[in-house]
Design a protein around this ligand. Sequence first.
Ligand code: GRF
Length: 224
Amino acid sequence: MNRPLRAAVFASGGGSNLQALIDHVAASDAPSWGVSLVVTDRPDAGALARAERHGIRAEVVATRPEDEADGPAPRLLALLDEERIDLVLLAGYLKLVPPTVVGRYAGRILNIHPALLPAFGGKGMYGMHVHRAVVESGARVTGATVHLADEVYDRGRILAQWPVPVLAGDTPEALAARVLAVEHRLYPKVVDHVASALARGDDATPMDTPPFPLPTTRSTEESR
Ligand code: GRF
């Protein structure tokens, strides 16, 4: 397959990871993938404005039974078909992906999580809840994980992880900012890796070489 793969990004929030993905593609000479569709469950998601600013189709797909009697799956599948989507990238999407969508895109749905899974993952572990739990636990290391997603929160094969130190006196907010900066660097690199595999007709496998140098406490401090 020579054409760039077409990715859909699902986001519920501000969309800074979406932005990092868009910026990465824009900075690539010969990108192997691009963001062709943005889907959100929330009409007020910042991700919508980011998509519009870049001329990317953006759609709100409601997930509440009173809004969407058959659930979101039929609309999601129709949108993914219409846009000939190859790859689904969850970036702060707070809903479970319906099983029919998971089935159709098995091995081609990725998620980013702001901790080192399987620690600090699962239902209710999102956003600041994760970083608060990490600080309260006394853990000295957290990080970011990109994994294949399925119909259970934060389960699925881990493709890449990057550690981030928890510093003495860290607040959840300070830690969240440090982890988010790593997410923005990690996710696009993992998507490059997965897109190359899929374009060759291979399965998405874990990255065996580090996408960038291991952080040290000192360099992390300096980059803040
Ligand atoms: C990120 O921390 C991501 O790992 C998590 O939700 C947050 C989304 O942030 N799943 P943003 O909307 O990309 O800014």
